[in-house]
Design a binder for this molecule. Structure first.
Ligand SMILES: NC(=O)c1ccc[n+]([C@@H]2O[C@H](COP(=O)([O-])OP(=O)(O)OC[C@H]3O[C@@H](n4cnc5c(N)ncnc54)[C@H](OP(=O)(O)O)[C@@H]3O)[C@@H](O)[C@H]2O)c1
Length: 307
């Protein structure tokens, strides 16, 4: 099969397109013909070796995808060949930048009705991450206020919409060119981070979801009211240290399972969440897509169209 992979760690240009061994389906797994694979901020870091060296070369990255079931491993009874599915690879097991992927059946769900494969692929990991953060970890409630940092990004785009659907008042940060986009997601108050300092403008918030990291993450604690809580996904494996004793910093555990994928589909079906703005690349252009991802100033999601 064709895939995008790297033979040694390096910049996005280390990704090459070519022939790669077909995956072998184990018991409990499903073989999926991948139609679209999502590009995530983690991917260029995997290529760079930022999480440590990968365990073998050549290595095919890619965490989430949408496609069609083409074979079933022993013991799989909940899917049939021909089913349209979307899914997120298990932690530490990747390889979605490819024409085929073998994946545990429990990490797959039916593709959301009415969405193309490109749209479904765009939602899997960002939706799962946003749900784990705002519903499972922050446990946002109707009437609460939440600041979602980095509103134009994929995870934040989804989180803003879930928070609005829950009945929260939502503020978000972005650059000038993305203000209208972030507003179109339902955000009540959008702050252009080049024009104003969110920590000066905002205060008394119940919750913060930070998807930006660094100093933005650290300073997010400042907008919370006493008893407030903040969740961080871009500051490493732990929440950054809080300078306050009256607020809580949390690092969501992003579990991968069918229940969260089904929740994404339900939110789409209810009209509560729409797909983010998507820029499509071919699988052969995975290196170019990862260079854009590394730049961190695009809107919505980057998706590889595989077939
Ligand atoms: N399992 C997990 O823990 C998990 C899963 C998924 C993602 N993540 C992490 O979550 C983070 C977000 O991922 P993502 O894919 O949604 O987006 P991303 O690709 O990391 O970020 C892109 C967005 O960040 C915005 N941005 C950059 N600097 C900003 C700033 N100073 N203030 C506000 N916005 C800023 C950009 O908007 P502008 O162009 O307007 O600046 C752009 O839209 C990444 O670090 C990713 O690795 C973690």
């Amino acid at each position: 099969m064709k895939a995008a992979f790297f033979r040694q760690h390096g910049g996005p240009e280390a990704l090459e397109y070519g022939d790669y061994p077909d995956p072998v389906v184990k018991p409990g797994e499903v073989l999926v013909d991948v139609h679209a694979a999502s590009v995530n901020g983690a991917d260029w870091r995997v290529v760079a070796g930022a999480y440590g060296p990968v365990s073998f070369f050549p290595y095919c990255p890619g965490r989430d995808f949408s496609g069609v079931v083409s074979a079933l491993g022993d013991g799989v009874t909940d899917f049939q060949v021909g089913d349209e599915v979307f899914g997120v690879c298990d932690v530490g097991i990747e390889a979605a930048y490819a024409e085929k992927v073998a994946i545990k059946a429990s990490l797959l769900a039916r593709k959301p009705a009415g969405l193309s494969h490109v749209e479904a692929a765009s939602l899997a990991l960002i939706g799962l991450t946003a749900l784990c953060a705002v519903e499972d970890t922050l446990k946002i409630q109707p009437g609460e206020t939440i600041l979602v940092q980095g509103g134009a990004g994929g995870v934040a785009s989804f989180a803003i919409q879930v928070a609005k659907h829950t009945g929260c008042r939502v503020a978000s940060t972005t650059s000038a060119g993305n203000v209208d986009y972030v507003r179109s997601l339902g955000t009540d108050q959008v702050i252009d981070y080049n024009q104003a300092d969110f920590a000066t403008v905002l205060s008394g918030f119940d919750a913060v979801f930070d998807t930006v990291g660094g100093d933005v993450g650290l300073r997010s604690y400042l907008v919370l009211k006493p008893g407030g809580r903040a969740a961080f996904i871009a500051s490493g494996p732990k929440a950054p240290p809080t300078p306050r004793t009256d607020v809580t910093g949390l690092r969501p555990a992003v579990g991968r399972d069918r229940a969260h994928l089904d929740r994404i589909s339900a939110l789409v079906a209810a009209g509560a969440v729409r797909v983010p703005e998507i820029t499509v690349f071919s699988l052969a252009d995975a290196a170019q897509a990862n260079a854009v991802s590394r730049g961190r100033h695009f809107r919505g999601k980057l998706v590889l169209k595989v077939r």
